[in-house]
Design a protein around this ligand. Structure first.
Ligand code: NAD
Length: 370
């Protein structure tokens, strides 16, 4: 849910006029009265509101057929996933919409307060561990009782970006023994600072990240080395949290069926990369499967499991985004094309696709359809 009443109030105080669609907030028990009290108007007529708006804030991209109903020149802010679903960026472009893709907001210090990927990934890492702990038929902490001692659960986190680091921190707080691996060597210190062990794997060749802090895709040979080195670790683990991603590409398959078969019956794997193709062979979107005695959880949008916190963070990120571009004197949102943040995330503007890679993908898709 993308805008809480208190954040709507902040924008209204700055001079915005806000319409919210009826039902917004219902899923987290916020009723229309709260938006009205903040000064917003609650509207039922979605096509009319879409046709009138100068700026649209939403979580997901709109249905494809709805893009034709948007007003030409409107600024549309949402997740857009232009690399994997370029048809939406293409339709926004045809319609003359200025489309901002939330996942492309630069991971810079200046943009940190608008970084929706980080805020949702943190929650996903937390929720993944809590889910795994609730489904594991063992306990995370060591427990010493007169009846005997129970050793702590062993958790292995693969991919220590924002989600993985939060998963490590959560598993540690619950008392588990945590090991982790990431392909970017610079992450080792961060893993250790959370009290987890870093699994050393010699992948050979270059593995440091891109200038934006993302991992580069490994070669097939490097991936094979990685899988081999991780097999033993998976076999020892009660829980595996797989959170490895390569920005803009399909997630690498890191836990094969053979590795899963080597795991103890009753172990739990959470595939946090399921939406981008999955890190775990056999995982399926929004399915819970027991394969060879191992429970494989493939829930998408993991942050939804903590919907109030997810909405708070998203609403705050979006409000910060709007405020960054707000002209206080004129009381309007200004699309400043020279702004570094906007240069990274504005995908279409005045019927031009501004991001080179998206332009190539859209052109490629067009040829494919011809
Ligand atoms: P992500 O979701 O793209 O990837 C998750 C993790 O998977 C990354 O740590 C990546 O290195 C890892 N990975 C990729 N291939 C792997 C493989 N084969 N095996 C194991 N791990 C693999 O990344 P993210 O969580 O969005 O964060 C990316 C980086 O951006 C991080 O370094 C983060 O610190 C940085 N960041 C910086 C800022 C900022 O400066 N404001 C904000 C957010 C994130």
């Amino acid at each position: 849910m993308c805008l809480l009443p208190e954040d709507a109030g902040r924008l209204i105080k700055a001079g915005a006029s806000i319409q919210v669609e009826e039902g917004l907030g219902e899923s987290i028990a916020i009723d229309a009265g709260k938006y009205e009290a903040a000064g917003a108007t609650v509207v039922r007529d979605r096509p009319r509101a879409l046709a009138e708006a100068g700026l649209i804030l939403r979580l997901h991209k709109p249905p494809l057929e709805e893009i034709a109903e948007l007003r030409e020149g409107v600024v549309h802010v949402s997740f857009l996933d232009p690399y994997r679903t370029p048809e939406f960026a293409a339709a926004m472009n045809d319609r003359g919409v200025s489309a901002v893709s939330l996942e492309m907001i630069p991971r810079s210090t200046l943009a940190q307060k608008m970084d929706v990927l980080s805020s949702q990934a943190s929650l996903a890492g937390y929720a993944a561990v809590v889910l795994a702990a609730s489904r594991l038929e063992r306990i995370f902490p060591m427990m010493m009782t007169p009846a005997g001692t129970i050793s702590p659960a062993r958790v292995f986190v693969i991919g220590a970006g924002v989600a993985g680091l939060q998963a490590i921190a959560t598993a540690k707080r619950l008392g588990a023994r945590v090991d982790a691996f990431d392909v970017r060597p610079e992450v080792e210190e961060q893993i250790k600072s959370l009290g987890a062990k870093f699994l050393k794997v010699d992948l050979g060749g270059e593995t440091s990240g891109t200038a934006q802090g993302y991992a580069k895709a490994l070669t097939e040979e490097q991936l094979a080395r990685q899988r081999e080195a991780m097999s033993k670790q998976c076999a020892h683990s009660d829980v595996v949290i797989a959170a490895a991603q390569v920005f803009g590409r399909k997630a690498p398959v890191l836990v094969t069926s053979e590795m899963r078969r080597g795991m103890k019956a009753g172990s739990v794997i959470v595939d946090l990369a399921v939406e981008t193709g999955g890190n775990v062979e056999g995982s399926a979107m929004d399915r819970e499967l027991t394969l060879d005695g191992v429970l494989l959880l493939g829930h998408s949008h993991m942050a939804r499991r903590v919907a109030v916190a997810a909405s708070q963070m998203l609403s705050s990120n979006l409000t910060n985004f709007v405020q960054h571009f707000w002209d206080k004197t004129a009381g309007t949102f200004v699309l400043n094309l020279d702004d570094e943040i906007l240069k990274g995330c504005l995908v279409t503007h005045k019927r031009e696709i501004l991001q080179e890679r998206v332009r190539e993908i859209v052109a490629g898709a067009g040829k494919g359809n011809a």
